[in-house]
Design a protein around this ligand. Sequence first.
Ligand SMILES: [Zn+2]
Length: 830
Amino acid sequence: MKSKTFRFFVCGLALASLPLAGCGKTSSSGSASVSGSNTGTSDSASASTSSGSSEEPAPTAGTTAYGAYEVSYNAKKDGVIVSKDTLLSRANLTGSETLSKTRFFDLLYYAYHDAMPNHQGQRLYTAAPAIPASFYGHVPTNAVLAYEWLNGRGLYTPEKDSSGADITSFNGSKAVTDAFMKTYFKRIHSYYGISQLDDFATSVDYDYYFEDTSRVAGTSNSLTYDTQIVSNANIAQWFQIHLLTMATGTHRDNIFNFYNSYNDDSVKVKGNLGGFYTKFKEIADASSVSSFLTLDESLFATQGFDPLFKTFEGDSVHDDVKTVLCCIDPYTSTYSSTDYAAGTEKYATDLATKEYIFENLGFENAEATALATGYADLTAKLIVDHETAIAAGKKDEKALLKKGVTYGSSLEMGKHFENAGYTFTNQSSFLTDGGYLPIEWKSNSLWGEAMLNNLSDTYLAGYKAYVIMSEVNAFGYAMPSEVVATLFGAASTSAYAANPDNYVPKFIMAVENDFMAEYVKTDEYTKNYQLILASLEKIKSALSARIKSSKWLSDDGKAKMQKKIDKMKGTAMVNSSDGTQWNLTNPTYSSTNTLSENAFLSSKILYGRWMSALGQRPVDEVFFSSFQKFTPNAFYDPAHNQMVIMAGYLASHGGFTDMKINQLGAELYWAIGHEVSHGFDSNGVNYDENGTYNEAWLSAADHEAFTAKTAGITASYDDYELMPGESRKAAITMPEDIADVSGMRLALDLTMADPSGDYKTFFTACAHAYRSTAARLFYVYALAPDVHSFGNARINPCFRLFDEFINAYGVTERDSMWLDPSYRGGVWSD
Ligand SMILES: [Zn+2]
């Protein structure tokens, strides 16, 4: 059986401060500061488009006249008025020369260089890395100005060879293709952010991307990441409002008891930490491996997870839930043993950082140095062991751990778990299965093995430091701000404290059961709950209608798909689908507890829920009760033909019942449409109506026809550039892209069936709901591996697949939002 991991779709939200209902027509209120007379609002840019093609006939393709014609046309959209002939004259060209790269860049330069707005904010932090001119020694004299101008603004990227590698020469005499020109036009339009016809996503959120200083400050290597799709700040706000109106009683008191210890800043000072430091000190003072292990097991038992090998709650649902272990592994992908050896700069930097952290927890200088040195030496040893294992041909895998095997000097994982209070009573099958435990490594098993094998006196200081760092990671909200700011790479302690994403989720996770136990009784909950379930039924009907009228699917395929829709389960918030309320439990927090005592109680119940599901199939209630209810998410589980909308989704959106149809379509129908469509994406079509994996569920002919229908989606998303030089292959994001496009089809069907349905208002609301941005480095390392398309690459390639969008905005072949009609429509076009 193939592994059935699936990723969560995360749904959109709009900031309360955005007047969504009124921003359909001219949402780009800002305009770039340009020197041309046309200030370049979206609408004027749009108006100029329709007359563009009738102004003059296009010159012969491949000539400089043609290049000047295209540059003049595109510059106008950004508010820069310059004729083709003026451009040719400025660049000293006759118009008949071959359009080479050097000449094309010159034309861009002479059109834009005085008009382009300052290179700052979003324009800076999504910029391509500047390439030193010295490296590109081949830049010809007559291209230097243009090259420096593009390079200095992060718009220049090297060309790629057929293998995808950078071509490390300027290559200026190379003839320019239409695709090459379009790449630079799209970059420049995104840089200005005012042309709806070229970068719709950026233009409708111009204020957000280019005007709001709190968001745009940053450099390309900052940790800036901001999304309306998952906003803990919005959830926190919603939570707070409802908390204040909660009925007084046990649940409310319990929440406030936790809140008060959580918010007691006096304990977040070094050497105190509301009880945490006492635990750290005991760990640091352990004199042997066995006393260290006893202390670790005691922490494990108290807080529910093992700080030595942190028990991990995965974001995938296993058929049979296992305990997944992971350990702090920030090094193997970044450093090699030659980078990370005593005395090298990286080693020294890590040492200094850890010393700073340990000192700010309250350790004396000598103790902090001993722990930091231990951490660095152990890390260096683990890197060497990891490299050795790989050189010997070993592979990382999700290996199950064996019972009865002793690692290091005295570690046996079965005993280790039993000492912490886990008896594995539900897991008889595991225990007899070749002596394996229901414990597996998260995937970095080679690193994990090295962690197990080195546990001896030699590296004991390192293990102590790992455990303390693991605690600091888990309970960051209780640590001095110097520690957490350093840990998470925040620019400053105040920057860390200002971001609710850093600490609010922990509070909400701790008290969510108390909260929901009261909240489910409110009228608002009931109304939203009913609206969500009713919307799910509408989406299913819309999909049924599309399936029924599809010309590519056989009758047998239609019948199978309908059966799957009929059997699809839907669960919203924390209730079962029949509306019954589950029995939610929480620990009793005390107002006289220290922060660590309350935090451990919270942690223990969270991990306990997960552990109690060990070895069980995640039937609805077991799975759902173990899941965090305030995850701002909805998802479809193909193995159970089930979709779930979490309470956090409601919290991140506010009240659906108050939304007008276009906004409701954008924020609820599109999201539910996306999830339902996962049952019919390139992965979902391999599962039958009961959730059983079956590649033959659809006939070979239907399967083939389905794949053919996705070709346009591939064409629209493949290599779509979301920041200069950054794009991805559609193969990586395909199931999510299909779900977005199919969900958009269904949302459009339902929204436009309403008399108030309006394309521009709807598409704008969708773009608001799905907008996300990140500094380049954060995108490359944290977001690029995700299976969802990101930023403008999640919005623009989807919208242009629909005739409704193309027609509503009058997109033409010369615009970047254009997609050839043969590619349009997605799976359910007919
Ligand atoms: Zn999805």
